[in-house]
Design a protein around this ligand. Structure first.
Ligand code: DX5
Ligand code: ZN
Length: 218
């Protein structure tokens, strides 16, 4: 099953509950939370308080994307009752194997993200441990950026590596995904597509979400 994970970074925070209800109505399967600390990325977004404000308000699970230094210090805080994935950046983790095991020890699926300039080979020794790999299709830190086409080759290469393995992990792509390129994103082997501005900056959020899902064959 292909999943759409709208990123609330692009939502109108003055009516976040309404906008989350709209993506839920449109058929989105998971909510993407972009957590930024102003150090790992040149922007600050929000903390776990925003996730907690939505607990009990939506049935959708949470896909937490930590774009922060020292994520181990914050894993428990983001491990809410609705958190399905916590994803850390390979580039931010000195002891990535320990961090991935730490996430899993909390009963949460572990994701590892790589930036556009980080090769798939950097993941070689962690693929047996992860539940998901996030291939960034923009340089992290902001919504509304343009899709970096060359990242599709990375996703394709990663999905071929996965085909050779006797275990499965999901592949997520994140950044600059729109109705125009989501087909190519899925064809490259992506299971979960993150879309922020193309969903939340549309005229009708529920309708746009539904358009994504029908293009994704869901
Ligand atoms: C960027 C974030 C992405 C971004 C997606 O650092 O990880 O999730 O918010 O937003 P769009 O779809 O607008 O690029
Ligand atoms: Zn993200």
């Amino acid at each position: 099953m292909k999943e759409l994970a709208p990123s609330i970074l692009s939502a109108d925070f003055s009516k976040l509950g309404e906008e989350v209800a709209a993506i839920e109505k449109g058929g989105a399967q998971i909510i993407h939370f972009d957590v930024m600390d102003g150090h790992f990325v040149p922007n600050i977004s929000y903390g776990a308080v925003v996730l907690k404000s939505l607990l009990g308000k939506t049935k959708l699970p949470f896909d937490v994307h930590l774009m922060i230094e020292d994520p181990d210090l914050f894993l428990e805080e983001f491990a809410t009752d609705s958190t399905e994935y916590i994803t850390v950046h390979q580039e931010a983790c000195t002891h990535l194997d320990r961090t991935v095991k730490h996430i899993k020890s909390l009963g949460i699926k572990a994701g590892v993200a790589i930036n556009p300039a980080t090769p798939v080979s950097a993941l070689e020794c962690i693929l047996d441990e992860v539940d998901m790999i996030l291939v960034m299709s923009v340089n992290p830190g902001f919504g509304g950026q343009s899709f970096i086409e060359s990242t599709l080759k990375k996703t394709k290469a990663l999905s071929l590596v996965r085909d050779e393995m006797d275990r499965y992990f999901k592949i997520e792509m994140d950044g600059g995904i729109s109705l125009d390129n989501v087909g190519r994103v899925l064809d490259a082997g992506t299971d979960i597509a993150v879309a922020g501005s193309s969903v939340f900056h549309s005229e009708d959020i529920a309708k746009r979400t539904g358009e994504f899902l029908s293009l994704m064959g869901e």
